[in-house]
Design a protein around this ligand. Sequence first.
Ligand SMILES: Cc1ncc(COP(=O)(O)O)c(C=O)c1O
Length: 372
Amino acid sequence: MIVDSLETLRRRRSAKWRTHPDDVLPLFVAELDVPLAPVVADVLRAAVDASDTGYAAAGPDLGAAVAGFAARRWGWDVDPGRVTPVTDVGVGAVELLRVLTRPGDAVVISPPVYAPFFHWVAEAGAQLREVPLTGDLRLDLAGLEAAFADRPAAYLLCNPHNPVGRVHSRDELAALVTLASRYGVTIVSDEIHGPLVLPGATFTPLLSLPGAAEVGVSLVSASKAFNLAGLKCAAVVDGDRALTASFPPDVPWRTGHFGLLATVAAFTRGDEWLDGLLGFLDERRTQLGELLRTRLPWISWQPPEATYLAWLDCRAAQADREPAELFLQRGRVALEAGPKFGAFGAGHVRLNFGTSPAILEEAVGRMAGAAH
Ligand SMILES: Cc1ncc(COP(=O)(O)O)c(C=O)c1O
């Protein structure tokens, strides 16, 4: 997979390339620097050529595409009739929480976790209850049981887990399902990073587990793996309770037409390209490990099992300011600041390694220079 030069990448106008001035290397937001998958580019080009720019038609294509992808890649049997398009994962999560909660109900999350989880719970009018990951960055099942015993309305699961890159094991997820059934808690599983599980790990979709359909609902998307975030399409996969039946009627109309076309193409004909991407990201993960070992040996990390995001523990620096601030101001490298992800985030940064070997090397070199 060949990534464009920095000069070409800077012509992009997305948030990654327009938030900081040109002397900053942007390795913060989860956008990929690789070129679009040709199957996706072709479908978008054809739509432009045909002036096909109206509303998304919520027909059977998305359900069939999600079901095909889930069966081929994960052995998960999805009923296409249970797949509902939504604008993006954020909109899907907020609408699900609106259905599941009454004002004041609690929703449990496990920080450090994708920062908008905090905002989504607030947007739905619910109360946050935090059960942080354990010290080795796993789900704290004992802590979750204690929280579930207070009967929160829902648990927002990040599967795989951003920012730490953990792919929760089948046993951990099965234990979570048991707890959810015992205490009547609905699990909303954000599986946007599911297609990005790297060699060495195995992804377990929540709803593929026995008993999970009774307590769970999932959100899937092609947007992280195929870099389609700006096109606005994700999908809710209902469990046995048809939660999407209670969505406001206009929700499917808010899906992006280009997003839906691109998602169907990616999930139907994108496997070969995705396999190439996963090999490329595996190499970048190895490269990052080497670079950190030689240039920034005081940073500790667990290489992620999924995603192109690395969670770097910089606490050994004992600096008087957050490392993201130091790396930006002195190194001109933009990373996500750990505190955004909640508990245990201080002293950490999240680095997006979905870029070229040259940019990654330059970024770590600058970080090393900044730390001196
Ligand atoms: C765990 C997780 N959920 C959701 C999103 C955002 O998805 P969307 O743009 O579809 O709302 C991201 C983006 O990085 C993410 O990491």
